[in-house]
Design a protein around this ligand. Sequence first.
Ligand code: DX5
Ligand code: ZN
Length: 216
Amino acid sequence: MKHKISPSLLAANFANLAEDIEMINRSEADWLHLDIMDGVFVPNISFGFPVIKAVSKLCKKPLDVHLMIVNPEKFIPEVKATGAKIMNVHYEACPHIHRVIQQIREAGMEPAVTINPSTPVFMLKDIIKDVYMVLIMSVNPGYGGQKFIEHSLDKVKELRMLIDKTGSDALIQVDGGVNEKTAPLLLEAGADVLVAGNAVFAASSPEDMIHQLKAL
Ligand code: DX5
Ligand code: ZN
């Protein structure tokens, strides 16, 4: 399977989102990644459901919603109402993650689980067959434009082994500091989906950068 590219809207121009979404529609991007932050789980606040709904109306690509919030299960109906394909919750935010995964699936979305840089891959062992995707954070969540944490490459390799060993069909997504230098290493380590914020939106041609990342 060819890898997927999911540009992160966090690095877009919030004063003219429509223009950036039209670029995403024209581009080879597979999904659009939306970062929701609550100022509690992470030390920053981004945007919420009214913005996702507005984006959803214009965007032709499936929405990949990354919730960096406490108690994300409380918002399953709100995320569903945006039309999102994937609802991505943090492992660290859900003491009953197995239940949350089932609830997301029952609501008609693809469940994904994210782990922070300090959470080991082996914590996923008992849920790996239940998830559509695992997101390995390659920076500490909360901000775009941070430096890629090299150890994430080992985590991708370890997760690839866990998936292969268990017969899971989960996709491996990586988020944080992904650019034209780190992307080839991540793909070689076994990543399936790359999220890129600044690498795409700060490029002189975001559309060309998406093409470049997709062509790797
Ligand atoms: C960080 C977010 C990321 C962020 C990535 O908390 O989850 O999706 O937008 O930004 P870059 O690609 O600039 O590191
Ligand atoms: Zn993200």
